[in-house]
Design a protein around this ligand. Structure first.
Ligand SMILES: Nc1ncnc2c1ncn2[C@@H]1O[C@H](COP(=O)(O)OP(=O)(O)OP(=O)(O)O)[C@@H](O)[C@H]1O
Length: 252
């Protein structure tokens, strides 16, 4: 038995001979919040795709809760406890946040059942706790279409959490958000990290500084550097391939 929730061993992913991921090793502790950064094309999305089963390793292994995920379908991996939040929010716009969360609490229900069926007392309690966690109690009963972009992002994170995953994969959750909304999403992820393992992919360095304890920097499909934000920010290789260029871009 490993004490890691996720282990990636010697992973290589090739697309027609092009190696998007090369000999990558990575591990995550239960209850850890890890931020993965890296320049465009570094392999961040491919890295997540390999964990969720969307893409199969060419070489190497992805081990989740001591089980090799090779050959498993995306839905089987999701059922094992890996939830993924994509960059753009995917919420049910015609449902209220409360109804959306009730639906997510019980994935076997269909939409009609969730909207017209009666939730159990336990489900109601879970949903009101989740509404509180994502800061949407006061908007629980309006149509989700009327929520701001940041509120929709928080609702989708709540819908993922409602499915009780052990590992949450969150892809660029603050792209396009205001500073205030960004901070709320950061606070939410930090609160969730108390009871989940979380990997966040992010470009926004202010946001990374807000939430990151451990940071993994990817470059050309492999791990360039891993450490605290301070360690990563002062690593000469990271400055050269990523942060230096970003600061130049920000200054321009
Ligand atoms: N299906 C595919 N077929 C061929 N090449 C691919 C495929 N998917 C990704 N790649 C290539 O692999 C490399 C890594 O891509 P990936 O999308 O994982 O990077 P990324 O770090 O997520 O980039 P970004 O920050 O721009 O989203 C890129 O050069 C990309 O063009």
């Amino acid at each position: 038995m490993s004490d890691k929730i996720l282990q990636i061993e010697n992973l290589t992913v090739s697309f027609d001979g092009f190696k998007a991921i090369k000999n990558l090793n990575f591990s995550l502790d239960p209850g850890e919040l890890r931020v993965v950064i890296g320049p465009n094309g570094a392999g961040k999305t491919t890295f997540l795709d390999t964990i969720t089963g969307k893409t199969q390793p060419t070489i190497g292994r992805v081990i989740f809760k001591d089980r090799d995920l090779r050959g498993l379908k995306e839905h089987q991996i999701a059922r094992m406890g890996i939830g993924r939040k994509f960059q753009t929010p995917r919420v049910y716009l015609n449902l209220t946040p409360r109804e959306g969360l009730e639906l997510s609490c019980n994935r076997r229900k269909n939409i009609i059942g969730a909207v017209f069926g009666k939730p159990t007392t336990a489900e109601r309690r879970t949903v009101s706790g989740l509404l509180d966690t994502i800061g949407l109690t006061n908007k629980a009963d309006i149509q989700a279409a009327l929520l701001s972009h940041g509120e929709k992002q928080r609702l989708e994170i709540g819908m993922l959490v409602a499915q009780s995953p052990d590992l949450l994969l969150v892809d660029e959750p603050v792209a396009g958000l205001t500073d205030e909304e960004t901070e709320k999403v950061g606070d939410l992820l930090m609160a969730l990290a108390e009871s989940h393992s979380i990997i966040v992919i992010e470009h926004d360095m202010e946001f990374v500084r807000q939430i990151a304890r451990q940071v993994t920097v990817l470059h050309e499909g492999t791990v360039l550097c891993e450490g605290t934000m301070d360690e990563v920010q002062t690593d000469p290789h990271v400055i050269e391939v990523y942060l230096g260029h970003q600061d130049e871009a920000e200054a321009a």
